[in-house]
Design a protein around this ligand. Sequence first.
Ligand SMILES: [Zn+2]
Length: 408
Amino acid sequence: MTIIEGTLADIDGVRHGQIAIDNGIITAVGAHLGTPTHVYGDNCLIFAGMGDIHIHAREDITGKEMHKETFACVSAAALHGGVLHVADMPNNPAAPIDDASYAAKETLLHKQNLPVVFTLYGGIGPGTKPLTRNVPYKAYMGPSVGDLFFSTLEQLDATLAHYAGRAVSFHCEDPVLLEKHKVAATHEERRPPVCELSATRFALAMIEKYQLVGKLCHYSVGEGLPLIRAAKARGLSVTAEVTPHHVFFDTAQITPTNRQAMQMNPPLRSPSDREAMLEALRDGTADYLATDHAPHTLAEKAKGVSGQPHLDTYGPFVTWLIVEKGFTPERIAAICSANPGAFVNPYQKDKWGRLLPGYVGSMTVLDLKTPVTIRRKDLKTKCGWSPFEGVTFPGSVAAVFVRGLVYV
Ligand SMILES: [Zn+2]
């Protein structure tokens, strides 16, 4: 039996108390359950295990991208960043798009018996059909992600007709508009906000037409937020992710030296878009802090590959939201624990996201008073770099618990 004592932070409030964990599951939460095995002081907040529902672990049966990242390195980087469960995107060389390819990826993962829990997305590409089992899906609209993309939205519409009622996440960039802007001078001008806006309208129309459980990935355009709010208000099942990079960086911070590191899809936006994404996370328009952890090596980045690694720095970044940006612990519990938990719970045998009896005994403990400076040598991601190198966050990860066992 593990008994953890300290300041418990959940979506319904913050209180001093204890959590009892037996056989990996929370059995009780209360003021005094017994002699604690682990005590955390007032500088710490204890959250239900945080989850990052948008990552790229890069490992599949071909092994072609294991120089960038692996399931094992993702697990280590996630624990280092205070993340207990992740959801892995399907744009692998051997993309999991049907029962056989999905099962092959899952077998490869499960035989490694890693402490971090993975949910695997299935891919939607031209001509694919749903799996016989229940999995979350990812639909790419734009190019540059292997074969899993559509060159026209009509083609995607026809494919989505087979996925009625399923959970589908959308990468919102209109492929036709991307094509139109492809000769512009800079990465961000080649993928302007209008591409995401147009794709948002299309994704919301598809969610409505096929009654999907819809999610908009890595949302980045302020102008699109009223569309999401209106869709939620009229009862559509739609949620949205926001990444750390789209609330920390903007185009005003791009320099000739960091331009390649700061390249991702969708790209960095204007300072006002950055502020709008922060407010979206705060006011509930956005539902998840999800990183789009994209572990490309620095050599690949130098050749113009898009994406940034973020798992190692998830927890320290969250302390920045609390200490510097005034996010309440309850709101952090929503965007980092409860909402990611609700997203993966249909696919997991343990229940994630709350500090309540019956939920998994995995916790993230953040220390708001012990700053951490991000250094390359401390990172666990195999790609070996972070856009936050040299940044000092106001707090750090004090501990993570995996089914009642502490990992420091
Ligand atoms: Zn992604």
